[in-house]
Ligand binder design. Structure first.
Ligand code: GLU
Length: 427
């Protein structure tokens, strides 16, 4: 979770789902998708919204609003995370669900796409209140989730403990309390979670950055890198790149950003955040705001926070040569066009952050078989999928002379459209 500014959304009144649909049509044009298929794939199949009461520590009742959206289930069960954030809306969850469909298709996973969210700032609740909220939300969405239907996972502000409560609540309702491990991914390893899942989004992002650097002749180990957002994906990507020997010159979280031209000691920054809530105030660093952070002099920029961060206002000033989207939806379509014209390569979210859902898929397979893999096996299979996905998207980008987002979407939409056509319409 990081900086919360979202200028484009406010300014142009274009909702996040409008942006997802605009991106869809740009790619649909490239592959010449027919109107019938466009009308089926540009809407979400199923949306559930629940207002539900939660008992607080002081005995009072608060009513929260949560959603679970399934964009598509043609290739397989819906798959996607659940976020707890004060700005969650049904529009945002719909966009995120659609992007999950395309992300799973880019990685070649046998899933459609879904997403969930509750409008809440969990940092203002006690652990007990978060548990009550999670369990009640799970009972509300239980009719539409399940290991063969729709499989939740972590997202912004949710974690393995929250997945454990979802698992327990679901299993209590649907299986008389006997655990159904494949009902949720991103669980603690003790409850059937996968080795390597916690690091998977960051690790997968680094695999595609490595491939992009080879393709575009960027010397990764000599690169200066900026990471916006220091949650699971951002901090893991920063740590892996730091361990490889890269210089991470700037990082940020929801409280602000820090900069050091000589490189930040990422394990020490992680330790600092653990004790001080934020990266801000890290000794030897200069404080920067969100706008300054994104425009810092660097070679690689990793947006790993929220949507709507790279816009037509700020991308003319971006210095990075390569942008790897660990976050979902950080770049607007206008910003994409400007970046492409400026020759800046964007590794889109549905490729760059697909490592998380890919290891979720491994976790689901392991849960179904009750047969668990080693971390080496997980990481080497993850690498193969990310490297192949990058090569395929890069080839499509060259074939159609389009940027990597449109190329990734074109491949994904084609795959889901073909699956939909083969299945036909019942009845
Ligand atoms: N929330 C993550 C994403 O946006 C992971 C989803 C999953 O593992 O199902 O890709």
């Amino acid at each position: 979770m990081a900086v919360v500014e979202s200028p484009t959304r406010d300014k142009h009144q274009q909702s996040l789902f409008d942006i997802a649909v605009e991106q869809f049509h740009i790619a649909a044009d490239v592959i010449g998708l027919d109107d019938d298929m466009r009308s089926m794939l540009s809407v979400c199949k199923r949306q559930l919204t629940a207002n539900f009461p939660v008992e607080m520590d002081d005995g009072s009742i608060r009513v929260f609003t949560g959603h679970r959206v399934q964009h598509n289930t043609a290739p397989g069960p819906a798959k996607g995370g659940i976020r707890f954030h004060q700005d969650v809306t049904i529009d945002e969850v719909k966009a995120l669900a659609m992007w999950m469909t395309w992300k799973c298709a880019v990685a070649g996973l046998p899933y459609g796409g879904g997403k969930g969210g509750v409008a809440v700032n969990p940092k203002l609740l006690s652990q007990g209140e978060v548990q009550n909220l999670t369990r009640r939300y799970t009972t509300e969405i239980e009719p539409i989730i399940g290991p063969q239907r729709d499989i939740p996972a972590p997202d912004v502000n949710t974690n393995p403990q929250i997945m454990a409560w979802i698992l327990d609540t679901y299993s209590t309702i649907a299986n008389r309390g006997v655990p159904v491990p494949a009902a949720v991914t991103g669980k603690p390893i003790l409850l059937g979670g996968s080795q390597g899942r916690a690091e998977a989004t960051g690790r997968g992002c680094v695999f595609v950055i490595e491939e992009a650097c080879k393709t575009h002749n960027i010397d990764l180990l000599k690169s200066r890198i900026v990471v916006q957002g220091f949650g699971n994906a951002g901090s893991t990507a920063a740590l892996i790149l730091h361990e490889m020997g890269c210089k991470i010159v700037g990082v940020s979280d929801s409280h602000g950003g820090i900069y050091n031209a000589d490189g930040l000691d990422i394990p020490a920054v992680m330790e600092h955040k653990k004790h001080n809530v934020s990266v801000v105030g890290f000794p030897g660093s200069e404080e920067v705001n969100n706008g300054q952070l994104l425009e810092l002099d660097c070679d690689i920029l990793i947006p790993a926070a929220l949507e709507g961060q790279l816009t037509e206002e700020n991308v003319p000033n971006i210095k990075a040569k390569l942008i790897a989207e660990a976050a979902n939806g950080p770049t607007t379509p206008e910003a994409d066009r400007i970046l492409y014209d400026r020759g800046i390569v964007v590794l889109p979210d549905i490729l760059a952050n697909a490592g998380g859902v890919t290891v979720s898929y491994f976790e689901w397979v392991q849960g179904m078989q009750s047969f668990y893999w080693t971390e080496e096996e997980v990481n080497s299979r993850l690498k193969r999928i990310m490297v192949d996905a990058f090569a395929a998207v890069n080839a499509t980008s060259n074939q159609y002379h389009v940027h990597m987002r449109t190329a990734a979407l074109a491949r994904a939409i084609q795959r889901v459209a073909d699956a939909t056509r083969m299945r036909g319409i019942y009845p």
